[in-house]
Write a protein that binds this ligand. Structure first.
Ligand code: 4AD
Ligand code: MG
Length: 448
């Protein structure tokens, strides 16, 4: 039984019930007659308050117990409906498992996120990182649960691949045909699981991947990692409109279930952000998603172009992060799906619209972050696809298999990718992507 279980099941706690708690000490307060230890076991940010009385204080050497020590406490539980915490434990036996050596970098006084980024192996011992990582775990579980409950099949797209799935040249190289390496052919860490998921959508219809992806992007921003996790559903017989509805429904369910399950963690993060986090998320869950044409977005942004560093806003530009944020924050005041982008700024595999200028793509932008999701209806016509690849000078040979999918009973499909860390940023309100993944990797930095 974890501390989370106790907090979630107060009705099951009977008077004097014995309990064994194994965890880490956060505080040690009180006087020579009565002492209070707060202990956390990692299951929740809620702590268990342990009471030690009279001669037990000396007997268990309570004076020597400190922040960070690992201990085991056996005692009796009591509900305390009138106190700040709903229950506490009176200790009968305490075993110090290990003390904390001098120099433990996590102390009660506030530390900066910059400092904590230097110690990724210890920063989860703070309330903040404990909350973030518990929410991360819930989001991961809820995503899998959503897909499993909607009859999606999970596909293990390969991590090592011979394709640059986005054709953007941002691959991290594993092997090279010129060198005497392992595969003796070009091999990369996957930038996306999409192409392999597309293969499996032809036969399983509704599939998804949820795995690490890798990009050699040199952008040192607060929203890019070199190793990040992506959630990529792919659905045969779906067009752009249907796949956007799926994205919207998935996000709403996953977020609302996490708000319920991680009630304490969300309340804590909300309090750190002056109560501004929960209202935003609750509004999103209840509001119909806004959908806007790219061309309409260009018009709207042009009206306020003085706001931006990049003022040259016309059909054909890739929206900068400042444009995306302004659109979501100020114009729509909530998430927005921008659809039908110019084909020049999008990947080779997207369905080419009749206007010859745009592709059936969508980006889902959210306030504070910008792009959370990128997706599209896929080009279903063999000739269109191969011609587009030739125009973009993408080698056909390594992707012939992908072209061939179109040949044998192909059912047009659509899909998208959610940047999992960006989703966690949105739900936690954390501003820097390096603080929502346990061990961040970015250009030039690979700790541990
Ligand atoms: O828009 P992107 O590049 O789309 C794809 O990779 C498609 N193959 C997805 C698909 O249709 N199946 O990436 C999808 C999302 C982005 O919207 C963003 O949230 C996230 O992945 N992302 C990153 N997150 C962190 N660090 C990076 N370097 C990221 N690059 C993309
Ligand atoms: Mg994108």
């Amino acid at each position: 039984m974890t501390i989370k279980y106790l907090h979630d099941n107060l009705e099951k706690i009977t008077e004097n019930m014995t309990y064994t708690c194994e965890g880490w000490i956060l505080t040690n307060r009180g006087n020579e007659k009565i002492r209070f230890l707060t202990i956390n076991d990692g299951s929740t940010i809620d702590n268990l308050q342990v009471v030690i009385k009279n001669e037990n204080i000396k007997k268990f050497k309570i004076d020597s117990l400190m922040l960070g020590n690992s201990i085991k406490v056996v005692g009796n539980l009591f509900l305390t409906p009138n106190a700040k915490q709903p229950l506490e434990m009176v200790a009968n036996d305490i075993t110090l498992i290990n003390k904390t050596d001098d120099g433990f970098p996590i102390q009660k006084k506030e530390t900066t996120l910059d400092f904590l980024r230097e110690i990724p192996h210890f920063r989860h011992r703070t309330n903040l990182f404990r909350a973030i990582m518990i929410i991360r775990n819930s989001l991961l579980f809820e995503v899998h649960k959503y897909f499993q409950e909607h009859d999606f099949i999970n596909v293990a797209s390969p991590i090592i691949t011979s394709n640059d799935g986005e054709g953007a040249g941002e691959t991290l190289v594993v092997d090279d045909e010129n060198k005497d390496f392992f595969f003796k052919q070009k091999a990369f860490l996957g930038v996306t699981g999409q192409l392999h998921a597309e293969a499996y959508a032809q036969g399983f219809k509704k599939v998804y991947t949820f795995a690490p992806t890798f990009r050699a992007e040199n952008s040192h921003t607060s929203r890019h990692l070199a190793e990040f996790w992506m959630i990529e559903p792919e659905v045969a017989f779906y067009d752009l409109k249907k796949i956007i509805s799926l994205a919207d429904d998935l996000l709403k369910k996953v977020i609302s279930n996490t708000l319920k399950k991680c009630h304490s963690e969300m309340k804590y993060l909300d309090s750190l952000q002056d109560g501004k986090l929960l209202p935003v998320l609750n509004k999103f869950i209840k509001t119909k998603l806004t959908i806007m044409e790219y061309q309409e977005v260009i018009k709207e942004l042009n009206k306020v172009k003085e706001q931006f560093d990049e003022k040259d806003i016309h059909f054909g530009i890739d929206l900068a992060s400042e444009h995306e944020k302004y659109l979501a924050d100020k114009i729509v005041n909530g998430p927005v799906a921008v659809i039908n982008y110019p084909k020049e700024i999008k990947a080779f595999y997207m369905y080419q619209n009749n206007d010859n200028k745009t592709v059936a793509a969508f980006d889902l932008l959210v306030p504070g972050i910008g792009e959370l999701i990128g997706g599209s209806q896929r080009e279903s016509r063999y000739e269109y696809l191969i011609n587009r690849m030739k125009e973009l000078k993408i080698s056909i040979e390594p992707l012939q298999w992908y072209l061939d999918l179109r040949k044998y009973g192909y059912a047009p499909s659509s899909g998208f990718g959610i940047g999992f860390e960006r989703l966690i940023m949105y739900v936690t309100g954390i501003q820097n992507i390096r603080d929502v993944i346990p061990f961040p990797r970015v250009a030039g930095i690979i700790k541990m």
